[in-house]
Design a protein around this ligand. Sequence first.
Ligand code: ATP
Length: 322
Amino acid sequence: MIEVENLTKRYGNVTAVDAITFSAKHGQVTGFLGPNGAGKTTTMRVLTGYMPPTSGKAQIAGYDVFDQSMEVRKRVGYLPENVPLYRDMTARGYLMYIGEIRGVKNRGARADEVLERVGLIDRAYSRIRTLSKGMRQRVGLAQALIHDPAVLILDEPTIGLDPIQVLELRDLVRELGKEHTLLFSTHILSEAEQVCDNVVIINRGKIVANGSPSELRTTLAQGGRVLVRVDADTDAALTLVRELPGVDHAVVEMDGIAVTPKSADFDPRPSIARAVIEKGWNLIELRPLAVNLEEIFLELTRRQETAVDEVAAEEEEMEVAP
Ligand code: ATP
């Protein structure tokens, strides 16, 4: 179990992680999803006890990551973005060495067990420098597993792998998720959708959404923006939907028109459908816009940016107000 409450991490005056709260359950894969620089690595470093938070709290298996960092390190396996592997060691030798540092008993047997688990037992005696990138990533995963931790934290484990290696690693992550609390970061939306039971979306250090991929889809589909495609002149179609009651604004997006209703409770689809048919146009498509994580992500970050812009505009107005 991972529990994070109001966690903030600043580097000087850069707020990398801004009062985030979320939890990750045992027996589930939780995806930590966000673009470059969102704050994923920073959060993971704090969670693994490698860096203290500026404020807030985080617990791993009931232990505080800062006050009880030794207990935390015993219970967490971490695969950093770049694993420091010793290239001249064999895979098995390296795991024995890491096992020794972590106080693992029966190191040989345990090294074989984890090599088996990650599908590398036949390369146990190969030097790391002779292994492919995907195999090295699996050695990295094996070192995260060597001390049999309850919690696994994997930072972008599929980055730089070829498509087949990516699929293999995702399968392994799903398997490991059944027996661990597994948090893994990615900036690939489809990856999160395929692998995770739960997704925490982070952007600019703040959590913008949290839920199962299907929950996120449903929440955002309700009363959210809709996409309409009609067999008609785009300008004429834009004018038509913009004038409908309950429509706030409409813009050309993707291959159709994205319509934002004035209220989140209002579904503009029936009136759009009616208006298009009354015009005698063919309605090609009419659907909620946020149907996959890609669109959800764009929608959430768009909302966050609008909110930030609105606050900035208000502050500007206040400054010029007499
Ligand atoms: P990526 O996917 O690119 O690794 P990320 O989501 O993991 O991104 P972080 O690496 O946590 O993001 O970075 C979050 C923010 O904190 C960024 O603005 C980054 O520039 C900044 N940052 C990260 N590490 C440091 C550091 N050691 N000193 C100063 N700023 C840092």
